[in-house]
Design a protein around this ligand. Structure first.
Ligand code: NAP
Length: 558
């Protein structure tokens, strides 16, 4: 493996006549967990790799999202690489749900341990990737002027990596400190004695608000849509628990791969399948259902949404679970009017990503926290010194935008990706993303997307899905080498059938009822299509394995 490419041969031309200045076997875009593991596997195949990363170091989402309270909603022992038993035995997590700094340290440790950093060029954003049909190579250009010719281009660009900045009048007039949660500065930010406004009430804000409220003079939360949140029940990990868990690590990993233990709460030291308590809410009395939900609520974590097997399929079951959570909010928040404003009603529970919090609802019992319901009093504009809503201006020293991401497709669309005949990926995806298995796109040979749209990705434990995709891609490249194939491309019909299947699966659930980022609804003008594959990691893995076993059905090798 090289970290620099080798000098390009004279034939390495881009489609517009540009010439590459160096060449490599594979370009990997992104040094988050997906990019790191991809480089590791490619190295094992003796391929030369050039990686690009916009940040100054590895870590991806955990490099950028440094806002106060940032923490994973999957359990540390499960949100970690399984590919190296030595790594999983030697690394020690300190909390049930790891904080951002700890996960970033882990990413750095992995990069050092497997010597992955030298594959990457940091602080450079890939601007374009175009396939040169004649040469059968990709030409990749970066913000730093790199022009690399590669046989393969692998996008490890993340599902939630393009921040969504809201179009609120006057935003740029604000004279105080302004931060985007997902682009938080590396230097410490002090909240002491400050009046802080937070716009947004998704997972990021729900984690940040309790931490900020404990330090700031005053916090004003601008809420457009309330979200459902369940307690994390985070705690320090006990040595005896970790030791016992590690004794069974291989079995825990098998269950995770098969989707039988997601790691979204309730992991025990002894490996155990984590299915729903009942397949359907109809199987139990209301009192029994409440006892089940109470038990999941007490254990904590996002697996709460899977307590009843039909929460995301049946409106009545869903409403039962939703009302249970609303009752919890009413029991926690002392002011009844505030509690009602915090109760979500506009979407079925779980159809927007469930949030996992530490003391979020309790924070609204503090004297220094105010909730502004933007459905009652919309924002008119941001002024030089605060935010003006329909009922007046609230003076602020700091404004935090926790307004989400252009999810799943944003990072791919902002690179000018052109396949055969100069066709732009943005055009191919005009009506929504189209990809075969979320791994490859028809018309874009030798291009792979890790956890791309049409794969379980954001509905799963991302580390499990990343490893599955990386392994599948590496196996595919190995098969190509064995067959002497130079090119692999998804068949357009196979792609269409897969896209239809992904849509059918989503249509059988309640997911499409929410204006969520899963649906692209948070980005003006983005097509409304449910982007992840909702059937679960196990059925999906089986499809991918079958496709490979049957000679890469739906792919053309040349
Ligand atoms: P998000 O869930 O998309 O939330 C964005 C928030 O900003 C929403 O409350 C949205 O309101 C609000 N908003 C957007 N534009 C607005 C505007 N113009 N005016 C007022 N409010 C506006 O984004 P996020 O909180 O960053 O989370 C995104 C995803 O990242 C999560 O769902 C999760 O998958 C991941 N994440 C995970 C963790 C974790 O592991 N614990 C932590 C953070 C994030 P509307 O709902 O009305 O649009």
């Amino acid at each position: 493996m090289t970290h620099g490419g080798e000098p390009a041969s004279a034939e390495s031309f881009g489609p517009n006549g540009e010439q590459a200045t160096e060449q490599t076997d594979v370009v990997v875009v992104g040094a988050g967990f997906a990019g790191l593991y991809m480089v590791h596997r490619l190295r094992g195949l003796n391929l030369t790799v050039t990686g690009f990363e916009a940040g100054d170091d590895v870590g991806g989402t955990w490099y950028w999202n440094r806002y106060p309270g940032a923490r994973c909603d999957a359990e540390s022992l499960a949100y970690s690489f399984s590919f190296s038993p030595e790594l999983e035995q030697s690394w020690t997590w300190t909390e049930r749900y790891a904080s951002q700094p700890e996960i970033l340290s882990y990413a750095r440790h992995v990069a050092d341990r497997f010597d992955l950093r030298r594959a990457f060029r940091f602080g450079r954003r890939v601007e374009s990737a175009s396939f040169d049909e004649r040469a059968g190579r990709w030409l990749i250009t970066s913000s730093a002027g790199d022009r690399v010719s590669a046989r393969f281009c692998i996008m490890a660009t993340g599902c939630l990596s393009v921040p969504q900045v809201p179009d609120i009048p006057g935003l740029d007039d604000f004279a105080g400190e302004r931060y985007q949660a997902s682009l938080w500065p590396h230097e410490p930010v002090s909240f002491a004695g400050k009046r802080v406004g937070v716009i947004g009430t998704g997972s990021s804000a729900i984690q940040a608000i309790p931490v900020i409220a404990a330090q700031a003079e005053r916090v004003v939360v601008f809420q457009r849509t309330p979200n459902f949140s369940v307690p994390a029940r985070n705690e320090p990990l006990d040595d005896a628990f970790v030791e016992a868990f590690k004794r069974h690590y291989r079995e825990h990993r098998r269950l995770a791969r098969e989707g039988k233990a997601s790691g979204f709460g309730g992991l025990e030291a002894e490996p155990k399948e984590q299915g729903p308590a009942v397949e359907s809410a109809r199987e139990a009395t209301d009192a029994e259902l409440r006892r089940i939900l109470e038990d999941y609520w007490d254990t904590g974590g996002a697996r709460f949404i899977g307590a009843l097997g039909d929460t995301l399929l049946d409106e009545q079951a869903n409403e039962f679970v939703a009302e249970f959570v609303r009752d919890k909010i009413r029991s926690i928040v002392r002011d009844p009017a505030t509690a009602e404003r915090l109760c979500p009603r506009s979407h079925p529970i779980g159809t927007k990503r469930i949030c996992v919090d530490t003391g979020y609802y309790e924070t609204f019992n503090r004297d220094n926290v105010e909730l502004v319901d933007l459905t009652e009093t919309p924002i008119e504009r941001v002024t030089g010194h605060g935010v003006r809503t329909a009922d007046g201006e609230r003076p602020l020293d700091m404004l935090i935008l926790a307004t989400g991401f252009d999810a799943m497709t944003g990072a791919l669309r902002r690179i000018d990706i052109r396949g055969r005949d100069g066709r732009a990926l943005a055009d191919h995806w005009r009506d929504g993303p189209r990809a075969y298995l979320g791994l490859a796109v028809a018309g874009f040979p030798n291009l792979f997307t890790i956890t791309g749209p049409g794969s379980p990705s954001v509905l799963s434990n991302m580390l499990v899905s990343i490893e599955q995709h990386v392994d599948w891609i590496a196996d595919c490249l190995e098969t190509m080498a064995g067959r002497g194939a130079e090119r692999v491309e998804a068949d357009p019909d196979a792609e269409s059938r897969w896209v239809d299947h992904v849509n059918e699966v989503a249509a059988a659930t309640l997911f499409p009822q929410a204006g969520s980022w899963y649906m692209g609804a948070n980005v003006p003008g983005k097509p409304r299509v449910f982007m992840p594959y909702a059937a679960g990691v196990d059925p999906y893995r089986e499809v991918c394995e079958r496709v490979a076993a049957e000679g890469y059905e739906g792919f053309h090798f040349a």
